[in-house]
Design a protein around this ligand. Sequence first.
Ligand code: KIV
Ligand code: ZN
Length: 523
Amino acid sequence: MNTEHPRDRVVIFDTTLRDGEQSPGATMSHAEKLEIAELLDDMGVDVIEAGFPIASEGDFAAVKEIAERSKAAVICGLARANIKDIDRCWEAVRHAGQPRIHTFIGTSPLHRAIPNLTQDEMADRIHDTVTHARNLCDNVQWSPMDATRTEWDYLKRTVEIAIKAGATTINIPDTVGYTAPVESAELIRRLIAEVDGGQDVIFATHCHNDLGMATANSLAAVEGGARQIECTINGLGERAGNTALEEVVMALKVRGDIMPFTTGIDTTKIMNISRRVATVSGFPVQFNKAIVGKNAFAHESGIHQDGMLKNAETFEIMRPADVGLKDTSLVMGKHSGRAALKDKLKNLGFDVADNQLQDIFVRFKALADRKKEVFDEDIEALVRAQGAAEDALELKFLRVICGTEAPQSADLTLRVDGEDHQTTAQGDGPVDATFNAIKSLVTHSARLQLYQVSAVTEGTDAQATVTVRLEEEGRIVTGQSADTDTVVASAKAYISALNRLLVKRRTTAAGVDTKTVGYRDTV
Ligand code: KIV
Ligand code: ZN
């Protein structure tokens, strides 16, 4: 007799493009959203929450095109609890092979106070909106936002109404990251046992990481009976983020002995998508982040290295290759040609058009002239640092005078809408002088929220990756660039953020922006 515990399948619902993208400063372009959706589909994500279609024309267009291009994944859109939101969501997702409408309302006392509805009025609204969604689409998910702070009786009542009205998945969000693992498991267990119809739907868990417990809470919910985990790549998301996809998926894989559940994820694709999301969102991954951090598989201390050489399992519970991590490899030098570069880019997961290849090739040659060894990471940084054809600003020249004597000065030429402008500015250090020069040529009131430098590889000739985040009247944008010269990388990152800001000024003037709709005003 087979005594093995049956390995239940857990649905992986990725919301990088909705809850992740909603996080301030993580805005992605249309093309970037399409690329990430394709990577998610290819890695075996079951459900992709592609956006919030009512939020803006841009969100609508992205969800619609992701739906049209979808392969195996279910494509889901978010809608508040009103008919207009749900109709707009359906308009966008109906193009998918497998569409889903996800509608929600805040059920906790604090959230009920926002639309000022009584419990009965809210119950009626849930009934009407879920019924409407179900008349449009067979696959409907309903969420009581802030479920973990909703009174048990009211939570039970609303979940029952949603199930009767036709919801097929009930998601239980821990919206503010308040719950703990024991509670998370118990809540799902109780819902399945006590709610009328609780056995007939899939319960999902959606956790935020405010207390650093999102992964633990999600796994506990699965223990309690949840069979869908909502998560994002790199844990991207508002405040401290959402549950990280790579963490729950690898935890289930590595600890299958005590958590006998499977997912459909091809884990060897994790590293590549993690890097792409970090790049397009402008949110770098912390070095010691579980699974995808730069140090997650690095063993530098003497004792560790000795143990690793004797037996890798001494300090490794999973192999780097399991998450798609290849050994850092010396790839090419200044004699490598365009075809070799194209081939290398393909191996690294970049499918570049011919005009992009030409631009990357020119910059690769310049880098190979300056840097002795060019690694995979250098090539990736070159692709990430590529400007877009529609960029209004481009750095043409920069020379900085710096040293022990203050003030430092920067002589800079910037191409603005095709015309070159030159200026000289001083500052407290070379980066400050450079930023002052840029500011004097591009008038803006944006505040610098983040300036971060990290080395792409080892050595004093390593490229520096610089991230710059700017905030102007509530609009938050992030720019990133890499160069062997830290000041040049800083200038380019600042200019890249300004290019994004210019686009954002146009789109937010023309329509409503995702960040200004505020999905928390629920009606
Ligand atoms: O955190 C949350 O409550 C959400 C809902 C919209 C599901 O993201
Ligand atoms: Zn959320």
